[in-house]
Design a protein around this ligand. Sequence first.
Ligand code: UDX
Length: 432
Amino acid sequence: MKIAVIGAGYVGLVTAACLADLGNDVICNDIDSGKISKLNRGAIPIYEPGLDDLIKRNRREKRIKFTTNLRSAVESSEVIFIAVGTPPKDSGEADLTHIEAVARDIARYMKSYHLVVEKSTTPVETGIWIKKTLESYARKGVKFDVASNPEFLREGSAIGDFMRPDRIIIGVESKKAEAILTELYRPLGSEIIVTNINSAEIIKHASNSFLATKISFINAVANICERSGADVEEVARGMGLDKRIGRSFLDAGIGFGGFCFPKDIEAFIHISEKLGYNFELLKSVKRINEAQRLLLVKKVEKVLWNIKGKTIGVLGLAFKPNTDDMRFAPSSTIIEKLKQEGAHIRAYDPQSMGRARQLPEFKGVRFCKDPYGAVKGADCALIVTEWNEFKELDLKKIKKLMCQPVIVDGRNIYEPKMMKDLGFKYNCIGRA
Ligand code: UDX
């Protein structure tokens, strides 16, 4: 099929690359000329395992092209995926102005039938607004359909998630749109759920909100475990074996970050309010998550007494492993708070230090070339992201390098008993 993907962000790039790999002709458009020229030189603007090779291969096979020219993208395609950003406004509501602007331009450039598919995560009823916008601006007689096809990929495993999804959601209003999208996704062999557009939009927000709820729930339970001497890892295992609950997304820690969960929860709370429903549950999920980040600072205080003048070695800055993404990363809040308290911060992350350096919260942080450099002379090492390389550290060496052998682990990557046997003062989440 001839496909245009508008927006070369995380979702857009992965969608474009994977659809090209399935044998389609894909043209990927973005207004950021710097990003497009980078892509046209063969460089990838984000770190995502496997994306580099996938794009290289498909560029070589001439199945994927990058352009800043939206008109040519529309003219050379039949199916258009809108994957532009829906960032939060100050109020937390999703900003849909980019979606509207793109829909208006697509309408102006369409000369024949197009299927316009909303791929970005958007509040319910966005599809209806896209349709109204296309109706207002399209040339007379030009036919089109609108569909919602939310993406569930996770950063760090995005290609696998796209190619082997648990399910594919297609929200449509016509048989023609259903047939096109079913045919497009047929090679993936996954179950396809066909709904109306509003249901598809809600499936996306409800799924992310539910996963975030699971995380806040286990973090709340972790707080009870700490106070009672129970072990949250055992509790999560015991709960998770119940098939109705499931073990995934029950890892207690410093809470969820990233560009999806925090933003989608906010947007879902807002759209619910607009529709006349007070989503109290999600407000609690958000509050628990915010408190969980600061819990780590309280733990540091508990073990070090005064934070002022102490050196803290932070291991991990990205919001989760296998990504360089710093958006809504818990590390920002934690480091900012520790700096306010007068700590000296040394930090190491395998991928995200380049991005972190550009953020104001990280001003004054000493970035180190490896984890050992980050903990050198430190009064406390703080585990913020559970990168695999931190699980395999030479802990005896770490102990020698530190000023005091104190580790506060926000991701529960070590066994408390082993750490105590090694002579560390070890404090983690929800475990004695
Ligand atoms: C998420 C959804 O999983 C994906 O379906 C959607 O398309 C986009 O949002 P992503 O943000 O890439 O994906 O990361 P994910 O792996 O889901 O983790 C989100 C956050 O939750 C991370 O900060 C992670 O550390 C945290 N998390 C996850 C926990 O704290 N505990 C868990 O058990 C699982």
